[in-house]
Design a protein around this ligand. Structure first.
Ligand code: IPD
Length: 274
């Protein structure tokens, strides 16, 4: 008999417990000193022993809590072939440390990002800043919260006075294009912020601490949980020209800012380049 798909709030409860323990591991390992630094796609794209240890810990904890589920993690990939997943099955999407460069430098802006997806739809997500303990959470249809307070995004309606967050990939060719897009946008907005952890950027936009966010090149683990937090805070989270949010582009903005920001990003070919 097939297991009944769990409710989003049950998945969120598991996600929060697992992410809290994982964030504590990341914090403790950072306090003990950064170890096992390797590089991935380029010489500036780093992975540490903590990224791997946290991912292993989360995978083991999820296996204990819900043995039938699968996990897509940044460091170890998909634990099962996505095509073999039965309808209604839960896949967890994990970034063990989003903001690894901040972790490396001891900047307090790195997070465990954990989302639960059912049939390709993210239904629950939590982002926990491991350095500060700040935590954002959301369930699909159930709203986004930080410390029990419902999040509603920014009330800004004028792009010229909007504070826009973004980020850059690790590949120099991609960065060249991203820099050109940024050069074309920065004259149209209040200012730009680059903090270095996409999941936290999305949550900050959800709570209205910044007005909007965009980035090219994100993977599912970067935006699954934060994207749900932003959506549930009432933001529009999408790609360019009707595309869903994904590697080509993720835009998160309140409805009033989405149109004008999207128009500039389309004009600047923000989803293009390497
Ligand atoms: C990175 C961060 C960064 C974003 C990069 C991501 P990582 O994730 O989220 O803010 O600009 O695109 O790759 O490598 O620290 O997990």
């Amino acid at each position: 008999m097939r297991e009944i798909t769990p409710r989003p709030d049950e998945l969120l409860r598991i996600a929060v417990d697992v992410a809290r323990d994982a964030a504590e591991t990341a914090r403790r390992m950072r306090a003990e000193g950064v170890r096992g630094v390797d590089t991935k796609s380029t010489s500036t794209d780093v992975v540490t022993a903590a990224d791997r240890a946290v991912e292993r810990q989360v995978v083991a904890a999820l296996r204990d809590a819900r043995p039938g589920d699968t996990v897509l993690g940044e460091e170890y990939g998909d634990s099962a072939d996505p095509r073999s997943r039965p309808p209604g099955a839960v896949r967890w999407i994990l970034d063990p440390i989003d903001g690894t460069v901040n972790y490396l430098y001891g900047l307090p802006e790195y997070a465990v990002s954990l989302a639960a997806e059912v049939d390709g739809v993210v239904v629950a997500g939590v982002v926990r800043n491991a350095a500060t303990g700040d935590e954002w959470r959301a369930t699909r249809g159930g709203g986004a919260y930080r410390d029990g307070e419902r999040l509603r995004g920014s009330a800004q309606t004028d792009l010229a006075h909007a504070l826009i967050a973004t980020g850059f990939g690790y590949d120099p060719a991609r960065r060249r294009h991203q820099a050109a897009v940024l050069a074309g946008l920065i004259t149209e907005v209040r200012d730009i912020r680059r903090f270095g952890a996409a999941a936290i950027d999305l949550c900050r936009v959800a709570e209205g601490a910044m007005d909007a966010y965009y980035e090219k090149g994100l993977n599912a683990w970067d935006h699954a949980a934060g994207g749900l937090v932003a959506t549930e805070a009432g933001l529009r989270v999408a790609g360019l020209a009707g595309a869903p949010p994904g590697p080509e582009l993720v835009i998160a903005a309140p409805p009033a800012l989405f149109g004008p920001l999207h128009a500039h990003l389309l004009r600047l070919d923000a989803a293009g380049g390497a």
